[in-house]
Design a protein around this ligand. Structure first.
Ligand code: SF4
Length: 486
């Protein structure tokens, strides 16, 4: 049995798990800022589920890869932990993961890690979509949702010793969802069968001195997955089946969660909030109780006046929709059809309610012409005319990136030069009708595309970006940095 000491941050935090005795230490590595980790529900699910087992002490390690990483709970250096479970929700996390490992004295190549180094397991949406780019780095990759996996994983830990990693990995390869280089490379994506009975943290990490990136709120997941089947959407492709928790269960999570965490706001985490009557029912409940809430981006065709009023009543000022493109032919390619009239109808409700509207569009869709871009400008122009105040319209334009597991996975990304031109044009034209126009950096889109295209041979590309990120962070001496690569 091992013993733990405490760090300053773990003394400030509330609901932190500390253990005096345990057999195996697991570092839950979050390759981003501490503020972002506080807003990650999946990270906290893993933390509390693993710590429910007395033999395991799961400690959080949050780092952007600028310096040697250590656990928040005990200050243990990364390389002293037995197993690292690293979240990779996005391909851009890969360079950060490399930097975290190398700054912490842990070889980033699995072949170079010996008995004195931790075993490295990576999970999250990016590797669920395609684990191959991490072939030389990860000892194992978990593809899918964790709830049903954890009991089986902990059961296999009885085989774990640092000197017999291979035996443990062979055991792990039998657990559904684990992709283990050289042992099992045909793992299917594992999804949680019954969301209603799946663990949902009620106590959540709170830090009175630090505001989470999405604001202070109880994180609540009413449903998971999306059955709409848009051809470009990896998030939905890897979860596919839409599942819900019952209203009663969610009411309990909300009531208890707000009380024990001493919070007054709920943040819903879901891909498809209004795809059943549940979303509306939850907002009515919160509105009646005078509790504030926020919802993520929703399908425009799931919105109506009543639902928008509810969103406003719970205190959300801006609603986000993603028309992607107003062009019918391109909507057909994307298999996402949001009618022009529906966008304008949402805009008029938003105008009447005095809210703001954020719209997501995509460029570089296979078959797209220059005229098609002007149709985006025209749609935003009409939205602005309806809403009146340009400052209440925000637009985000993102390049189409063919993603693994999606119907469009084998499509090509638009030529780099052309994409840059299109984004430049849209930024300029849309700026006339929107208070804010964000465009996604083309270089980062290309990184995501190329990392999958190269598959097992992506290491050089990941290392190149890791060096760039490390360089930028060293110059800035601050948090974040990957976004500057664009
Ligand atoms: S883009 Fe939205 S509606 Fe379409 S599959 Fe993804 S989550 Fe569902």
């Amino acid at each position: 049995m091992k013993r733990a000491i405490l760090t300053k941050r773990s003394l400030i935090e509330e609901n932190v798990v500390l253990k005096k005795k345990y057999d195996i230490s697991i570092g839950l590595v979050y390759p981003s800022s501490y503020q972002a980790s506080l807003s990650s529900l999946g990270y906290q699910v893993l933390y509390y589920m693993l710590n429910d087992y007395p033999e395991v002490f799961a400690q959080r390690v949050v780092s952007t890869g600028q310096e040697p990483a250590q656990s928040i709970e005990t200050g243990a250096p990364l390389k002293k932990l037995d197993i690292l479970m690293i979240s990779a929700s996005h391909e851009l996390d890969y360079p950060t993961i490399v930097n975290i490992l190398r700054f912490s004295g842990v070889p980033f190549l699995r072949d170079k890690r010996g008995a004195s180094e931790p075993l490295v397991i990576v999970g999250g949406a990016a590797v669920t979509g395609d684990p191959k780019p991490l072939y030389p780095i990860a000892d194992a990759v978990f593809r899918g949702e964790v709830e049903d996996m954890i009991p089986e994983f902990v059961d296999r830990l009885s085989y774990f010793t640092r000197s017999r990693k291979r035996a443990f990995l062979e055991e792990l390869a039998d657990v559904e969802g684990f992709w283990v280089p050289g042992i099992r490379e045909n793992a299917l994506i594992r999804i949680t069968g019954d969301l209603e009975s799946a663990f949902h943290p009620i106590k959540q990490i709170q830090n009175p001195e630090t505001e989470p990136v999405f604001g202070r709120a109880l994180m609540v997941e009413p449903s998971r997955g999306c059955a709409r089947g848009c051809a470009f959407c990896m998030e939905a492709a890897i979860t596919r089946v839409r599942r819900e928790r019952s209203y009663q269960t969610l009411k309990h999570i909300i009531e208890k969660g707000l009380e024990v965490n001493r919070l007054s706001r709920v943040a819903f985490y879901t891909l498809s909030f209004f795809d059943s009557p549940l979303g509306e029912r939850l907002l009515k409940f919160l509105s009646d109780k005078g509790i504030a809430a926020s919802i993520p981006s929703v399908r425009a065709d799931a919105l109506n006046r009543e639902r928008l009023e509810l969103v406003k009543q719970v205190g959300q000022k801006t609603i986000t929709i993603a028309p992607e493109t107003p062009v019918l032919g391109l909507q057909r390619v994307l298999r996402k059809h949001i009618r022009d009239e529906k966008v304008l109808e949402v805009a008029s409700h938003v105008a009447e309610l005095g809210m703001g509207l954020k719209l997501y569009y995509m460029v570089g869709i296979p078959g797209e012409s220059q005229d098609d871009l002007l149709k985006i400008v025209d749609q935003v122009k009409r939205v602005k005319e309806i809403i009146g105040d340009r400052r209440r319209v925000k637009v985000s334009v993102n390049p189409f990136i063919p993603k693994p597991e999606t119907l469009l996975h084998s499509a090509e990304i638009e030529e780099r030069r052309v994409l840059k031109k299109k984004l430049y044009l849209l930024k300029h034209e849309l700026g006339k009708y929107a208070g804010r126009v964000d465009t996604y950096p083309v270089n980062l889109a290309y990184f995501q595309y190329e990392v999958h295209k190269r598959g097992k041979d992506a290491l050089d590309l990941i290392l190149k970006h890791a060096d760039k990120v490390a360089h930028i962070l060293a110059l800035r001496g601050s948090r974040g940095g990957v976004e500057e690569l664009g």
